[in-house]
Design a protein around this ligand. Structure first.
Ligand SMILES: NC(=O)C1=CN([C@@H]2O[C@H](COP(=O)(O)OP(=O)(O)OC[C@H]3O[C@@H](n4cnc5c(N)ncnc54)[C@H](O)[C@@H]3O)[C@@H](O)[C@H]2O)[C@@H](O)CC1
Ligand SMILES: Nc1ncnc2c1ncn2[C@@H]1O[C@H](COP(=O)(O)OP(=O)(O)O)[C@@H](O)[C@H]1O
Ligand SMILES: [K+]
Length: 582
């Protein structure tokens, strides 16, 4: 599990370490410089750093821990390797964008390392203030210092285009709001120049965060220079995991500067004396949990893996109400996703003609009613038209019945107990009662905007995409349900922690992929139905696991090319097997 720390949390972690005289900035700057030396040293003969591809997906890679001398272990090993190819970086050019705070300080100290290794390094100070010791060290090492006030933006752009690498050290966790002038104007112009330059633009490294992103909520309120790599210190920040900001961070490299290790809420509680697992944090709601990302290594502990004592009914039965005679494909895709994620059984409820098509693809599906341990409601079922009333071959009527069980309107004697559910597509327009956290809404941005409009919020698709965490949390609070907002980075929030998953290739944006996801999640909820009802934070975690498995299945089926939704479902068993084995 990857955990992001809010800017306040980072400060609280730094305070005692700084008070104890730990050289945090020296470690940060050293590791940053090693990264730059590695990237510049590996550049091809044409002078461009490798790996720059506009729009390539972001990922997160963790660095090694600190060595006994307080320096990051792997970075040290790299430094020795670099010594053999020292000439590689000599004469290469670096441009530093330097702000007034410690983020600028990190950048100046890193620039001093680069200059000592023979690089030609220029720092552009965006403010009248700069980190004094950093500036002194940079000057002593032979770095050239310019101020934005003296040289003006067009000359910085020219200098950028002549450089091999740019370091963005304007603001870090001390940032508040969009970048203000003159830094804002500089970054806007550089971002435009990058668009024009394409592949000719130098390798760009963001120091701690890309300056201008919302550190704690991932919003992008103004200009940001997209980075190829972000070297972040101590802990990940929510804005490096959350859309839209995470799309601007490139590859994220986490440098251990000596913060205490944290794994999950327990470790966190131990550090801060918090025992509830809930804590003031990132994002917009101080009562909400942290921002996290489920990783492949987390899946085995959460996946409902059968034991020798199980039979099909103990493993969980998924009930799918999806598809109509007009949209039969969604029924095939949702049941396929459910079956191939490995439940005890899948029941399908719907028009006979659709059931027959489901059976052609998946003969394992049972097309009669009966007890289920989770519902998958709505894929391929049209939105309810208030004028015309329920329709869709009786699917809306069936969904209203299932929702009555999920919301607790029907007595448990009738329903057989509390019932988790995936509520997708047309079923999102049929919500009449408050939902439990073990009901998971799975809208895309347009559907979430419509849902929120129905709840009285003035919001459209673009607004949801601009502030996904905020609106997902708002929808959770308004409905009670766990909410999963689908996208290139899928955001999930329920009671407690939120999750931001970036597992799928862009080819996944294809009709029917969401239906498969609904089926996979249905199987997870059925397999762990008792647990999700017991622990109201579990549905969000399982939803994040479903997104991870779905994304990896899409990547496997795509193999870098186009992918059809049914092929995503077909790739699920191999992906799950691999995740359970590792
Ligand atoms: N505290 C420490 O010892 C360490 C801090 N570290 C670095 O220090 C950074 C935090 O440093 P600071 O707290 O000094 O803050 P920053 O350097 O992130 O930024 C604060 C400065 O930027 C200005 N600023 C804030 N918002 C702005 C905006 N929207 N537009 C333009 N200017 C804006 C502020 O007026 C202030 O002068 C981290 O991100 C990290 O890079 C690292 O060196 C690790 C150790
Ligand atoms: N740019 C993208 N990159 C990766 N995955 C994406 C992207 N856009 C959408 N997705 C994923 O594709 C799926 C599309 O689902 P959805 O919009 O519900 O389509 P449908 O209703 O046709 O099944 C979701 O899992 C979503 O997270
Ligand atoms: K920065």
């Amino acid at each position: 599990m990857k955990d992001a720390w809010s800017s306040d949390e980072v400060r609280k972690a730094e305070e005692p370490l700084i008070a104890a005289g730990e050289p945090l900035m020296a470690r940060a700057a050293y590791a940053l410089a090693q990264t730059v030396l590695r990237e510049v040293g590996a550049r091809p003969a044409d002078g461009r750093a490798p790996g720059y591809r506009p729009g390539r997906p972001s990922g997160t890679r963790l660095r090694g821990s600190l060595g006994s001398d307080g320096l990051p272990g792997r970075a040290r090993a790299r430094a020795r390797r670099m010594a053999g190819s020292r000439g590689d970086v000599r004469g290469a050019q670096a441009l530093l964008l330097v702000g007034p705070g410690n983020n600028g300080g990190d950048t100046l100290f890193a620039g001093a390392h680069l200059a000592r290794r023979g690089m030609r390094v220029t720092a552009v100070l965006a403010s009248t203030r700069a980190h004094e010791d950093g500036l002194a060290a940079f000057r002593v090492a032979g770095g050239k210092v310019l101020t934005l006030a003296d040289i003006r933006v067009p000359s910085v752009v020219r200098s950028a285009l002549e450089s091999d690498v740019i370091l963005d050290g304007l603001v870090g966790v001390g940032a508040r709001g969009a970048l203000r002038p003159p830094a804002g104007g500089l970054v806007r112009t550089l971002a435009e120049a990058r668009e024009t330059a394409g592949e000719r633009w130098p390798y760009t490294v963001a120091v701690d965060i890309p300056s201008g992103i919302g550190v704690d909520d991932g919003v992008v309120l103004g200009p940001v220079l997209p980075a190829d790599r972000t070297v972040t210190f101590g802990a990940l920040k929510p804005g490096l995991l959350l859309p839209p900001a995470a799309h601007l961070a490139g590859e994220v490299e986490l440098i251990d500067v000596g913060f205490p290790p944290v794994s999950g809420s327990e470790g966190w509680g131990a550090i801060w004396g918090v025992t509830t697992g809930r804590h003031a944090m990132a994002g917009t709601d101080p009562a909400a949990g942290r921002v996290r990302r489920v990783e492949p290594a987390d899946v085995a502990a959460l996946w409902p893996t059968p034991s020798p004592h199980d039979h099909k009914y103990t493993r969980g039965v998924v009930g799918v109400i999806a598809g109509t005679t007009t949209y039969p494909g969604a029924a095939v895709l949702a049941t396929s996703g459910a079956v191939l994620a490995g439940p005890g059984m899948v029941r399908y409820l719907g028009p006979e003609a659709v059931g027959s098509r489901v059976l052609l693809e998946r003969p394992e599906v049972v097309v009669t009613g009966g007890r289920v341990q989770s519902w998958v409601l709505g894929p391929g079922v049209p939105a309810v038209d208030p004028e015309a009333g329920p329709d869709g071959d009786g699917q809306a009527r069936r969904i209203f019945g299932a929702l009555a069980a999920v919301t607790g309107v029907l007595s448990e004697d009738v329903t057989g107990g509390k019932m988790p559910a995936v509520i997708d597509a047309g079923a999102l327009t049929m919500l009449e009662h408050r939902l439990p956290a073990w009901a998971v809404l799975t809208p895309h941005a347009g559907e979430l905007a419509e849902l929120l409009q129905g709840l009285g919020h003035d919001v459209d698709r673009a607004a949801v995409e601009a502030q996904p965490l905020h609106w997902v949390r708002t929808a959770h609070q308004a409905t009670g349900a766990t909410v999963l907002l689908k996208g290139a980075i899928t955001v999930v929030a329920g009671p407690g922690d939120a999750y931001a998953q970036a597992d799928a290739p862009a080819w996944t944006a294809t009709a029917g992929a969401g239906d498969v996801l609904a089926g996979i999640l249905g199987t997870l909820l059925a397999g762990r139905s008792a647990d999700v009802v017991e622990d109201e934070t579990l549905a969000a975690r399982l939803a994040a696991v479903a997104v991870l498995v779905h994304g990896r299945a899409a990547a496997r089926a795509s193999a870098g090319g186009p992918v059809a939704a049914l092929e995503i479902a077909r790739a699920v068993p191999a992906v799950v097997a691999e995740l359970l084995r590792d």
